[in-house]
Design a protein around this ligand. Structure first.
Ligand SMILES: O=C(O)C(=O)C[C@H](O)[C@H](O)CO
Ligand SMILES: [Mg+2]
Length: 403
């Protein structure tokens, strides 16, 4: 089954999304998500200049060999741009293989390990009350797990909170990076009150998650984890910048709050010590930023040896193609923990018709052969690319901080 065409489709139905389409001489085609938030055109250039010309004429069924060719063969290994480009090819090829087998992708991976996939939604508010209202809305919709973020008194902007109430939170919201302000002391004093309020109003059964977005030092993260133990969080995410894997040893010495990390990782080498030393509980790799199904499967299998479970990244900057592929993966992977879910804008759902369905706080991937997500190219062409940047973060004295 020869690859006869491979091309990139850029569309912006509310936000930039990049899709790779691979067409074979059998008439079957597959699609992969190549979106890297705020760096979209870098991946487009990498694919168009260095990857796609080399795919033409190759056998689409040789997924592993093509993966190795693009990873080892490039000499310049890893990095988000490279690994997103490789992932786009990989997911498109798995889509083709599953279509050729006339199977939903989860069957090809090994079949169902569960009937449905638990997801967590996002409740954000300008203050605790606003966030509680959003949690209530999610509970009414059936969510069993909710990530909670709220504004911090005395800080003008806070991670995860929508610009205006009622609007969706979207991190890449301006042409050039917006400047946010951060104050760790104010955050550490306030955020435990949010978890206490959620437990008080919604009881013990709701799973509560929280994302610190890399902003604390290791000892501050240890203090936070310890102080929120009574509220029994499902996880505390990205509590410190994770390129320093050793930092998690220190955090672990101080708290039993479960730790999740990994949305910025793109290789198994980014999390080798974290997993092997059992310094984390959930690995949050992004299927389409970490080399696709072929590589993320290796990360998940390695994690399973150490009782680390998956909790894949699923923010709105990942297209429905990523969501579809991730849901098939989640349906199969034995050491599944949870899947992130942020609903897409209606325009995005129209551009990407999909088989996955939400019910009662869980998703099912559908039974369509492949990953079950397609693209309406005519509709996609109506939404031209628009540059959008992630913000930067500064301390109140102007020091550039982690975002
Ligand atoms: O979904 C999350 O947990 C995030 O932290 C979202 C990220 O800020 C976003 O995906 C960056 O592109
Ligand atoms: Mg996060």
């Amino acid at each position: 089954m020869k690859i006869i065409e491979a091309r990139v489709i850029v569309t912006c139905p509310g936000r930039n999304l990049i899709t790779l389409k691979i067409v074979t001489d059998s008439g079957l085609y597959g699609i992969g998500d190549a979106t890297l938030n705020g760096r979209e055109l870098a991946v487009v250039a990498y694919l168009e200049e260095h990857v796609l010309p080399a795919l033409i004429g190759r056998d689409a069924q040789r997924i592993e060999d093509i993966w190795q060719y693009l990873y080892r063969g490039a000499y310049w290994r890893r990095g988000p741009v490279t690994m997103t480009a490789i992932a786009a090819v990989d997911v498109a090829l798995w889509d083709i293989k599953a279509k050729a087998a006339q199977m939903p992708l989860y069957q090809l991976l090994g079949g169902k390990s569960r009937e449905r996939v638990m997801v967590y939604g996002h409740a954000t508010g300008k203050d605790i009350e606003g966030c509680l209202d959003e949690v209530a809305r999610h509970v009414e919709l059936g969510y069993k797990a909710v990530r909670v973020q709220c504004g911090i008194p005395g800080i003008a902007t806070t991670y995860g909170v929508a610009k205006r109430s009622g609007e969706r939170y979207e991190p890449a919201d301006s042409d050039l990076p917006a400047e946010h302000v951060w104050d760790t002391a104010k955050y550490l004093n306030h955020v435990p009150k949010l978890f206490a309020a959620v437990r008080e109003r919604f009881g013990d059964d709701l799973h509560i998650l929280h994302d610190v977005h890399h902003r604390l030092t290791p000892i501050e993260a240890g203090r936070l984890g310890k102080s929120v133990e009574p509220f029994n969080l499902f996880w505390l995410e990205d509590c410190t910048p994770a390129e320093n894997q050793e930092a998690f040893r220190l955090i672990r010495q101080h708290t039993t709050t479960p730790l999740a990390v990994g949305e910025v990782f793109n290789s198994i080498h980014d999390c080798r010590e974290l997993i092997q030393e059992q310094l984390i509980d959930y690995i949050r790799a992004t299927l389409v930023h970490a080399g696709g199904i072929t590589h993320v499967r290796r990360i998940a299998d390695f994690a399973a040896l150490y009782q680390v479970r998956t909790g894949f990244h699923g923010a709105t900057d990942l297209s429905p193609v990523c969501m579809g592929a991730a849901l098939h993966f989640d349906t199969w992977v034995p050491n599944f923990g949870i899947q992130e879910h942020m609903p897409h804008d209606e325009r995005i759902d129209e551009v990407f018709p999909h088989a996955y369905r939400f019910e009662d706080g869980h998703f099912t991937p559908g039974e369509t052969p492949g990953h079950g997500v397609d693209i309406d190219e005519n509709l996609a062409a109506k939404y031209p690319y628009k540059r959008a940047s992630l913000p930067v973060n500064r301390l109140e004295d102007g020091t550039l901080w982690h975002w």
